[in-house]
Design a protein around this ligand. Structure first.
Ligand SMILES: [Zn+2]
Length: 271
């Protein structure tokens, strides 16, 4: 009885060892087969599971992608929103408006504590004004930022009450006040900035230290002088050396260096 049990146990152990060995051998054979097949495919130039558009050449070396030229960068639609005589706004309140006093400090004077501005434009305006003060320029005064279509409509109607022909032919007789739904102040990206030393919105501002500083430095902070003297026939707006528009640093740099206006930059001047 004892012997039989012992023999059975030995048989069971041998079967277990045999089973394990067989399993291990099978796995080894499968692995060897797989490696062999992969090598055959590789020699034939077939790369299993490799996309032809991968950044790897067939030799396995990493390909360096062609550098993109700045002029080919995708243009950020939002910051380049065009609102003018031919492109009215639907009056939707811009999504990123904040109170100007939340992003601006004592580097600039706020004429109105309730003025709102696009957040990114406000941050850039703050940087710009701090740089101007560091350059010895008196503090700028923010006289206008975001304006609702309704508010702009009031300004427009006041003008019309004084002159019923106002804005009839803006490309010959450019305006200072735009109709309710055609002012880019509705984007939150436009600011009117005068200076403690020159508080009048007139041509002379462009010749003042503060106006000259803006004209030559604003692009470094992503702003453009939106209504240049020599583009009134395109913008339909008078020369406004106090009105700056945030478009982002890249577009501002190109617009400034080429001496063009936003309509020309976007290829949307009236033909
Ligand atoms: Zn303005």
């Amino acid at each position: 009885m004892e012997d039989r049990r012992k023999r059975n146990r030995i048989i069971r152990q041998r079967i277990a060892i045999l089973g394990f060995t067989t399993g291990a051998l099978s796995t080894l054979v499968i692995v060897l087969l797989f490696v062999g097949i992969s090598k055959l495919f590789a020699q034939a130039g077939i790369e299993s599971g490799t996309n032809a558009n991968d950044a790897y050449s067939t030799s396995g070396a990493l390909l360096t992608p062609e550098p993109i030229k700045p002029s080919e960068y995708p243009k950020a639609e939002g910051l380049l929103r065009l609102v003018n005589w031919d492109n009215p706004t639907d009056g939707t309140r811009p999504p990123n408006l904040v109170l100007a006093k939340a992003v601006l400090g004592d580097e600039i004077v706020l004429q109105n504590n309730e003025t709102s501005i696009d957040y990114e434009a406000g941050v850039a305006l703050s940087r710009m004004c701090r740089a101007a003060v560091a350059d010895g320029i008196q503090k700028y005064v923010l006289t206008s930022g975001y304006r609702s279509v309704d508010y702009q409509k009031t300004l427009w109607e006041n003008r019309l009450a004084q002159d019923p022909d106002y804005g009839k032919d803006p490309f010959t007789s450019p305006v200072k006040v735009m109709p309710g739904n055609m002012s880019e102040h509705a984007t939150g990206l436009a600011v009117d900035i005068l200076n403690m030393e020159h508080k009048n919105a007139n041509d002379e501002y462009g010749e003042s230290m503060a106006g000259l500083w803006l004209a030559h430095n604003a692009h470094k902070y992503g702003f453009i002088l939106r209504y240049p003297k020599d583009k009134q026939h395109i913008t339909g707006v008078i020369y406004e050396p106090w009105h700056f528009r945030y478009v982002g640093e890249e577009a501002a740099e190109e617009i400034y260096s080429k001496g063009i206006c936003l309509e020309e930059y976007l290829g949307k001047e009236r033909k």
